[in-house]
Structures are given as C-alpha cells and as structure tokens.
Design a protein around this ligand. Structure first.
Ligand code: 5GP
Length: 191
C-alpha cells in the first residue's frame, strides 16, 4: 500500500545520501524523496527544489507560523531544516511511498506521529574517526563546520537504539542491500 513513510537518519557523512540514492535508483521500490526546506546555503552541486528547498530565514519562519511543517528542527545553531506537509501530500497523491532524510530529533518526532505508518532507520558510521575522515575528504565544509558536525554526530549516535532498525555502513554495498531489504520487508509486511 502506498503512503508509508521511510525515515532515514544518520550523522552527516555516514553515507546516508549515497544509500538513499542507490536504494531509489534500483526502481524496485516505489519511493519518492521528500525534499526538505532549509535556511542553509547550497553546498557543492546542490540544486534548489531537488536537494532542498533553500529558503531565506524569514520565509522559513513564515512557513513555521503558518503550520506548513510536519516537523522542523534547528539542527545546527541558526540552521533550520523541516519537512513540509505539502511534500508528503504530493508524494501520497502520486501513489508512492515517502523516503526522508532528516535529523534524529525530527525522525523520532515523525515516528511518534505516524507510528506503524513509518519505519525509522538509523545508519551508523563505523566510528567517529572514520566519520571525520569522510567529512574531511568531502571537502565541502569548513573546519569549524566539521567540528560542529562531529559533536552533533556523537549526540545522534547516542539515540540510535530508539529507531526501528540500525544499519552499520562499514561496507557501502552491504549497507545499501540491508537498507533496501529492510524497507522492502516493511512495505510488504501485512500491518
Ligand atoms: P545537511 O546540512 O548535511 O544537508 O543536513 C544536516 C542535517 O539536517 C542532516 O542530519 C539531515 O538529515 C538533517 N535534515 C535535513 N532535512 C531535514 C528535515 O526536514 N528535518 C529535520 N529535522 N532534519 C533534516
């Protein structure tokens, strides 16, 4: 049945986007990506409306005031990210299931709201050191931003056991397969 929500959460640099893209590109699952809104600036080759809806802080605030978000969080100081209700509706109207990449607090909030209509998946990096290596190799963040992301990652990893499933990304191909099969099992379960 369409209309289920797959919530993927992981520290920044855990390979989460790669896993989501790989799982979606097989075409075996009828998933559409929920494009979040944020007031941060685009990074690298990110495109407005594809990776995020990049908004001015004031526009983000207006959406909050008008109750347009299913959830939103200040993930980093002054940096807001939120799931628009309209994204979920757009995808359900297309007869597809939703996949979203959101932070741990947002993920747990959506899971609490949707219960068995959502599967909360946490992707764990092999270690904090490996996470730092990956963020440095990506070379899209300043040193301060990497430090902030590492601090945030420690907090997020401590919440992993509150998720329905945890997948360790120490081997990318294996993590992709495990994620796809967990989503597939959930979507095809008779619940
Ligand atoms: P980044 O700046 O690396 O794209 O994302 C930073 C963090 O914000 C990631 O943990 C990502 O999952 C989270 N995030 C992205 N979109 C949303 C959203 O709509 N809601 C919440 N709560 N977090 C989000």
């Amino acid at each position: 049945m369409a209309g289920k929500v797959i919530i993927l959460s992981a520290p920044s640099g855990s390979g989460k986007s790669t896993i989501i893209n790989a799982v979606m590109s097989t075409g075996r699952l009828n998933l559409r990506f929920s494009v979040s809104a944020t007031n941060r600036v685009p990074r690298g080759a990110e495109k407005n409306g594809i990776d995020y809806h990049f908004l001015a802080t004031e526009d983000f605030r207006n959406l909050v005031e008008n109750d347009k978000f299913l959830e939103y969080e200040e993930v980093y100081p002054g940096r807001y990210y939120g799931t628009l209700k309209s994204e979920i509706k757009r995808i359900s109207d297309e007869g597809a299931d939703v996949i979203m990449d959101i932070d741990v607090n947002g993920a747990l909030r959506v899971k609490e709201k949707l219960g068995s209509d959502a599967l909360a998946v946490f992707i764990l990096p092999p270690s904090i050191d490996e996470l730092r290596n990956r963020l440095e190799a990506r070379a899209t963040d300043s040193a301060e931003s990497i430090d902030a992301r590492i601090e945030r990652a420690k907090y997020e990893i401590a919440q992993a056991d509150k998720f329905d499933i945890t997948i360790v990304n120490d081997n990318l191909q294996q993590a992709i397969e495990e994620t796809e099969s967990a989503i597939n099992a959930y979507l095809n379960a008779d619940i």
